[in-house]
Design a protein around this ligand. Sequence first.
Ligand SMILES: [Fe+2]
Length: 250
Amino acid sequence: MTIKAASSGRIATIDAALVEGRIVAAFDPAAIAAKVMDEKKIVVLKSVFPETLLSELRDAVIAWGREIEPAPIDDFRGNYHRRRAMVSRLQQAPHVFHDYNFNAMPDLPASLADKLYGLFEPLRQLYNALTSNDVEFAIPDSGPYPHPQILHYPNGGGFFGRHWHNLVPQRLGFIVVLSEHGRHFTRGATVFDIDGDIVDMEGQQMLGDICIWRYDHHHWVSQSDLGCKFDWNAVDGRWVATFAYFDPAG
Ligand SMILES: [Fe+2]
């Protein structure tokens, strides 16, 4: 297994794999956490999730979204999906994407829940290993909890303007790319501003890779291919999963 510095010098690419439901990487969790938190590198764990797992998950999420009406507001305790074309209230970040939120996975049909756990349970364990935390998929009476989320940036104009998050409690974030660059989408990627260095992940993170980043880097998502016709119902586009750990009352 190898580690190599990508062109920007800010990206550390690390070999990894999913072994019996656990993410195994060439570096131990403390070394990965140090690269992200102390050295402020973007770590990319390569080829963790197999294409079949991701395509079946995508298909199941799309099918579920077609059965359930899009929600007009957020429900941080439930399962819902929402089409967003707006400017965020506090940070004034414009965005166009469709998010699918699974805060109550046990309430979902088992076939969908199983596929979601296949992705998010290994991420939960990785998160705990990297942060020495002990988060669970349960909603506490108070305080932060994980919010498994899948985002669809449709071709033809999906994007997310520059914004940022508090470092605490999340500390580090995950982005997993669920669709294939060059096949499902041709443009659009997360871009980070790390102390003035612009780190564009276009071409640096492929299907199945996990991007790990320090949670207080300013970031945005560059626009998908405007040469395509925009369609909320399209299955193509850039699909990602995130593991957000926050207190909606905080
Ligand atoms: Fe963000």
